[in-house]
Design a protein around this ligand. Structure first.
Ligand SMILES: [Zn+2]
Ligand SMILES: [Zn+2]
Length: 385
């Protein structure tokens, strides 16, 4: 079971936006890397809190998280889930939440300057795909293959961008650090500012002889077949994030992600309600009056149900566990098929049938008693509550 975003921030599920912001600030101060140097656990907590806050501060993401868990917010942009296996960068957090960190007085975000200990790596762009799934595919989960056109590492230089795949050379301007220090006059006096190196744009390396095939970029247009495992139980509008399968990054940088948007093909048989599936069973008048045994379709075949004599239209029956599973274990087990009973009233009975019905018209046993009236009204009223 994944960790709960509310628990990470120590707030109630009903917390207001303001409470969430304050709780995040508190957590961020507690686990701030400047306060916990070299403490890996604190750093993890710091990252987790950022991920939690990124989702819970956005009403749209929060609503999806409440309903579907992390699976519901993956790939929606921002940090929620998108960073996957520990790929989140501290600098990203400080930049992303600069409104929180500004004025905290810590080294990182304090003066608005970022620590630039690392050289920059290019990151390839993300890609978006759409996939249409039937209810059957959603019920079991499915692997889909996509042929995607995207930037791939240049085969001639193996992604380095240098002719013949030569190793890139240390940048002469910044001596490989990726940044230059400038001295600037400000209202506080002389200040030293770090800037990305103008020659290598922060990479720390330069390509002297650009590869003729990719013109020094290290990437070229290509194609790849991608397999995406879609977990069971997904819903329309969910996004599955596939990390590292997007465009290749320049100069052997970091590959982007692919986000797969789920579309649900409406079923001809069922109406989906979360994990439950609603089926409308149309009985004949004799079936509803006398009872019967009938087949109801399920996602993987059919199920036989018995109709009790005197079954009212609007009655619902449940086939437990025949609905949809929870996405990645988040949610409440497997849903049900809910069978809604309706009764077909024929418009054109034969002369014989008409005569038989006319003969029964005033039969007292065919008229509801006041107790029956009350019971049926109660059921009817419950639809509106
Ligand atoms: Zn090349
Ligand atoms: Zn440089």
């Amino acid at each position: 079971m994944e960790e709960d975003y509310y628990k990470i921030l120590g707030v109630e599920k009903s917390a207001t936006a303001d409470e969430i912001k304050r709780a995040y600030k508190k957590t961020a101060i507690k686990y701030h890397p400047d306060r916990n140097p070299g403490n890996k656990e604190a750093e993890d907590m710091f990252k987790k809190a950022a991920e939690a806050y990124d989702v819970l501060r956005d009403p749209d993401k929060r609503a999806r998280y409440d309903q579907f868990g992390k699976a519901g917010v993956e790939g929606m942009g921002g940090m929620g889930g998108g960073f996957g296996a520990g790929g989140m960068d501290l600098n990203d957090i400080f930049t992303h939440f600069s409104d929180i960190f500004e004025g905290m007085g810590f080294g990182f975000g304090g003066m608005g300057g970022r620590s630039r200990q690392q050289t920059r790596q290019y990151r390839g762009g993300d890609m978006r795909l759409k996939v249409s799934l039937s209810l059957q595919e959603i019920a079991t989960g499915v692997t889909k293959k996509f042929k995607v056109k995207k930037n791939v590492p240049c085969p001639d230089c193996h992604g380095s961008g240098a002719e013949g795949g030569a190793a890139p050379e240390t940048c002469p301007t910044c001596h490989g650090s990726g940044y230059v220090v400038r001295t600037r006059q400000s209202v506080f006096g002389m200040m030293q500012v770090q800037d990305a190196c103008p020659q290598c744009h922060g990479e720390g390396t330069v390509v002297k002889m650009p590869c003729h095939h990719c013109h020094g970029e290290g990437v070229v247009g290509g194609e790849e077949i991608i397999e995406v495992n879609i977990p069971a139980g997904v819903a329309e509008g969910m996004v599955i994030n596939v990390p590292g399968k997007g465009h290749a990054g320049k100069h052997n940088g970091i590959a982007g992600d692919i986000q797969v948007l789920i579309e649900e093909v409406p079923s001809e048989t069922f109406i989906r309600d979360g994990q439950d599936l609603i089926y409308n069973l149309l009985l004949t008048v004799p079936q509803a009056m006398l009872g019967d045994s009938v087949d109801v379709p399920t996602l993987d075949g059919k199920a036989r149900i018995s109709i009790k004599p005197g079954t009212q239209p609007g009655t619902t029956l449940r086939l437990r566990g025949k609905g949809l599973p929870a996405v990645r274990g988040y949610g409440y087990g497997t849903g049900d098929i809910i069978v809604n009973i309706s009764v077909y009233i024929p418009e054109q009975p034969s002369d014989e049938e008409r005569a038989a019905l006319e003969a029964m018209k005033d039969s007292p046993r065919l008229k509801p008693t006041s107790a029956v009236r009350e019971k049926i009204f109660k059921t009817f009223r419950s639809y509106f509550q």
